[in-house]
Design a binder for this molecule. Sequence first.
Ligand code: PLP
Length: 294
Amino acid sequence: MRDAAPVDQVVLTTPDKISINPKKPQVVLTIAGSDPSGGAGIQADLKTFSTLGVYGCAAITVLTAQNTMGVEACLPVETTFFRKQVQFVLNDMPVSHIKIGLVGSNEIAAVIDDLLAFFPGEVIYDPVLRASDGHALFEQKNPERLLRHIVARSTVLTPNLNELELLTGMRCPNKKEMIHAVQNLLARFPRLRSVIVTGGHIHEDRKTVNDFLISRKLAIQTTDHLRIRTENSHGTGCTFASAFAAFHLLSGDDVHSFHQAVGFVAQLLKKSASWKLGKGTGPLVHHLYRLDAM
Ligand code: PLP
């Protein structure tokens, strides 16, 4: 087991160091829910892609009505229409990476499973089931059976601890059990190469946060960084998974992309902490990442 350097020692990719090849389009498609308040979902994903210098396409699974105080309502998109959104993008755009967030219903999960059967590229799946306020974002109870079909088609998974427990049906009260659960997923799903367990929700009273990258080769990478206390954390999970997808598109390397995505979200949490947007849990403010570099 190999632990990586603490994130503070990781060289963060600042915007002027991002190497973008202007002649080679780098395209990622996000399949996720819409958050009209701009903090999470499709909106957070597209902001992340632009900030990091990749071109983002977006197909919407679920419309939500929400603001910083919580989710009021969810409306899954009609499945035939949803399928068309993805097919029309894939028929035309050079998409190498698909990032999946909120799926929202069993019917949409089945369509995604179907569509991914014909997609040879990278699939990064953030298995979102609840909003941070606890509001269920999935229509039916017990969604895990259909979501496992999407896991089977994924190359990288970015669950938090609760989502990992749900997908595996295994309890993860400590690091050893968590690693065991991840190994279980890697053994069951041969296409899955790496699982990143984001640690923000683990031991919320502790001063430090650990995130884990566990790959098929079992070289476990961890980042151990100071917890950033902030009211503005809405959209952190979506932003992390999108940042990983963008860094992977630019570098092709899981370990590098993991450390860069952790550093990116940590920087955004810090930079967004003093903002007061809305009356509830504020969002990450993606454009602040670039402003400092100017
Ligand atoms: N996707 C959508 C559409 C949402 O509304 C939410 C939370 O409200 C999420 C994803 C999850 O957000 P987070 O990144 O804060 O986990």
